[in-house]
Design a protein around this ligand. Structure first.
Ligand code: HEC
Length: 122
Protein backbone atom coordinates (compact mmCIF):
# COMPACT_ATOMS: atom_id res chain seq x y z
CA UNK A 1 0.00 0.00 0.00
CA UNK A 2 2.66 2.47 1.09
CA UNK A 3 4.72 1.58 -1.95
CA UNK A 4 1.86 2.32 -4.39
CA UNK A 5 1.25 5.67 -2.69
CA UNK A 6 4.86 6.60 -3.18
CA UNK A 7 4.58 5.68 -6.85
CA UNK A 8 1.45 7.82 -7.25
CA UNK A 9 3.17 10.70 -5.49
CA UNK A 10 6.27 10.36 -7.62
CA UNK A 11 4.37 10.25 -10.87
CA UNK A 12 2.42 13.35 -9.86
CA UNK A 13 5.73 15.10 -9.21
CA UNK A 14 7.10 13.97 -12.56
CA UNK A 15 3.97 15.25 -14.24
CA UNK A 16 4.28 18.73 -12.70
CA UNK A 17 7.98 18.80 -13.42
CA UNK A 18 7.45 17.99 -17.09
CA UNK A 19 5.06 20.94 -17.29
CA UNK A 20 7.52 23.38 -15.79
CA UNK A 21 10.52 22.44 -17.93
CA UNK A 22 9.03 21.72 -21.34
CA UNK A 23 9.21 24.72 -23.64
CA UNK A 24 5.75 26.21 -24.11
CA UNK A 25 4.51 26.39 -27.67
CA UNK A 26 3.84 29.78 -29.27
CA UNK A 27 0.11 29.21 -28.78
CA UNK A 28 0.55 28.65 -25.03
CA UNK A 29 2.80 31.65 -24.65
CA UNK A 30 0.28 33.79 -26.52
CA UNK A 31 2.81 35.02 -29.02
CA UNK A 32 1.17 36.54 -32.05
CA UNK A 33 2.03 34.58 -35.17
CA UNK A 34 1.24 36.46 -38.40
CA UNK A 35 -0.29 34.50 -41.26
CA UNK A 36 -0.22 34.99 -45.00
CA UNK A 37 -3.42 35.72 -46.93
CA UNK A 38 -2.99 34.71 -50.54
CA UNK A 39 -5.50 35.96 -53.10
CA UNK A 40 -6.54 32.33 -53.63
CA UNK A 41 -7.37 32.04 -49.93
CA UNK A 42 -9.35 35.28 -49.93
CA UNK A 43 -11.31 34.12 -52.97
CA UNK A 44 -12.26 30.78 -51.39
CA UNK A 45 -16.03 30.66 -51.09
CA UNK A 46 -16.00 28.09 -48.30
CA UNK A 47 -13.87 30.44 -46.16
CA UNK A 48 -16.27 33.27 -46.96
CA UNK A 49 -19.23 31.19 -45.75
CA UNK A 50 -17.43 30.05 -42.61
CA UNK A 51 -16.39 33.61 -41.81
CA UNK A 52 -19.87 34.93 -42.45
CA UNK A 53 -21.29 32.53 -39.90
CA UNK A 54 -18.75 33.62 -37.28
CA UNK A 55 -19.43 37.27 -38.08
CA UNK A 56 -23.17 36.89 -37.48
CA UNK A 57 -22.64 34.70 -34.40
CA UNK A 58 -20.26 36.99 -32.56
CA UNK A 59 -19.18 40.19 -34.21
CA UNK A 60 -22.54 41.78 -35.04
CA UNK A 61 -23.28 42.17 -31.32
CA UNK A 62 -20.81 45.02 -31.32
CA UNK A 63 -20.05 45.88 -34.95
CA UNK A 64 -22.98 44.90 -37.07
CA UNK A 65 -26.22 46.52 -38.14
CA UNK A 66 -27.95 45.27 -35.01
CA UNK A 67 -25.31 46.62 -32.64
CA UNK A 68 -26.03 49.54 -30.36
CA UNK A 69 -24.61 52.59 -32.16
CA UNK A 70 -21.23 53.61 -30.87
CA UNK A 71 -20.51 50.31 -29.14
CA UNK A 72 -17.78 49.49 -31.65
CA UNK A 73 -16.53 51.26 -34.77
CA UNK A 74 -18.12 50.54 -38.10
CA UNK A 75 -15.59 48.45 -39.99
CA UNK A 76 -14.04 50.01 -43.06
CA UNK A 77 -12.49 47.07 -44.91
CA UNK A 78 -11.27 49.25 -47.78
CA UNK A 79 -8.83 50.84 -45.37
CA UNK A 80 -7.54 47.56 -43.97
CA UNK A 81 -5.09 44.92 -44.93
CA UNK A 82 -6.10 41.35 -44.09
CA UNK A 83 -3.10 41.10 -41.74
CA UNK A 84 -4.39 44.04 -39.68
CA UNK A 85 -7.88 42.55 -39.34
CA UNK A 86 -6.35 39.18 -38.43
CA UNK A 87 -4.25 40.77 -35.72
CA UNK A 88 -7.19 42.64 -34.18
CA UNK A 89 -9.33 39.50 -34.27
CA UNK A 90 -6.56 37.38 -32.77
CA UNK A 91 -5.23 39.65 -30.06
CA UNK A 92 -8.01 42.21 -29.59
CA UNK A 93 -7.32 45.86 -28.88
CA UNK A 94 -8.63 47.96 -25.96
CA UNK A 95 -12.37 47.10 -25.82
CA UNK A 96 -12.17 44.74 -28.77
CA UNK A 97 -11.95 41.21 -27.33
CA UNK A 98 -9.26 38.74 -28.40
CA UNK A 99 -10.64 35.67 -30.11
CA UNK A 100 -7.62 33.38 -30.11
CA UNK A 101 -9.12 31.22 -27.36
CA UNK A 102 -12.52 31.05 -29.03
CA UNK A 103 -11.65 30.46 -32.67
CA UNK A 104 -8.75 28.54 -34.13
CA UNK A 105 -6.47 30.02 -36.77
CA UNK A 106 -8.55 28.79 -39.69
CA UNK A 107 -11.73 30.27 -38.21
CA UNK A 108 -10.05 33.62 -37.54
CA UNK A 109 -8.68 33.65 -41.10
CA UNK A 110 -12.16 32.86 -42.39
CA UNK A 111 -13.76 35.82 -40.63
CA UNK A 112 -11.03 38.04 -42.09
CA UNK A 113 -11.90 36.64 -45.52
CA UNK A 114 -15.53 37.58 -44.96
CA UNK A 115 -14.71 41.14 -43.85
CA UNK A 116 -12.30 41.74 -46.75
CA UNK A 117 -14.70 40.34 -49.35
CA UNK A 118 -16.58 42.66 -51.71
CA UNK A 119 -19.83 41.10 -50.49
CA UNK A 120 -19.12 41.89 -46.83
CA UNK A 121 -22.31 43.15 -45.31
CA UNK A 122 -22.13 44.05 -41.63
C1 HEC B 1 -17.66 43.30 -27.11
C2 HEC B 1 -17.77 44.04 -28.34
C3 HEC B 1 -17.02 43.55 -29.56
C4 HEC B 1 -17.14 42.32 -30.19
C5 HEC B 1 -18.04 41.15 -29.80
C6 HEC B 1 -16.27 42.38 -31.34
N1 HEC B 1 -15.62 43.58 -31.39
FE1 HEC B 1 -14.32 44.18 -32.82
N2 HEC B 1 -14.02 45.94 -31.82
C7 HEC B 1 -14.70 46.34 -30.69
C8 HEC B 1 -14.24 47.66 -30.28
C9 HEC B 1 -14.75 48.47 -29.10
C10 HEC B 1 -13.24 48.04 -31.24
C11 HEC B 1 -12.42 49.33 -31.26
C12 HEC B 1 -11.14 49.11 -30.48
C13 HEC B 1 -10.31 50.38 -30.47
O1 HEC B 1 -9.76 50.72 -31.53
O2 HEC B 1 -10.24 51.00 -29.41
C14 HEC B 1 -13.15 46.96 -32.19
C15 HEC B 1 -12.29 46.94 -33.27
C16 HEC B 1 -12.27 45.98 -34.26
C17 HEC B 1 -11.46 46.03 -35.45
C18 HEC B 1 -10.49 47.16 -35.82
C19 HEC B 1 -11.30 48.28 -36.44
C20 HEC B 1 -10.48 49.53 -36.74
O3 HEC B 1 -10.89 50.27 -37.67
O4 HEC B 1 -9.50 49.79 -36.05
C21 HEC B 1 -11.74 44.91 -36.19
C22 HEC B 1 -11.15 44.50 -37.53
C23 HEC B 1 -12.72 44.14 -35.43
N3 HEC B 1 -13.02 44.83 -34.27
C24 HEC B 1 -13.25 42.93 -35.83
C25 HEC B 1 -14.11 42.15 -35.07
C26 HEC B 1 -14.51 40.81 -35.42
C27 HEC B 1 -14.13 40.08 -36.69
C28 HEC B 1 -15.30 40.35 -34.40
C29 HEC B 1 -15.95 38.99 -34.26
C30 HEC B 1 -15.05 37.84 -34.21
C31 HEC B 1 -15.39 41.42 -33.41
N4 HEC B 1 -14.65 42.48 -33.84
C32 HEC B 1 -16.12 41.35 -32.24
C33 HEC B 1 -15.66 45.62 -30.02
C34 HEC B 1 -16.05 44.33 -30.33
Amino acid sequence: MIKSRIIVGLSALMFMWSYSVLPASAEEKKVFVPVEFTSAYLADGSKFEMGKEIWFDQCTHCHGYKAYPGKAPKLKPKRYKPSFVYKRVTKGFRKMPAWDEVYDKDERMAVVTYIMHKDFSP
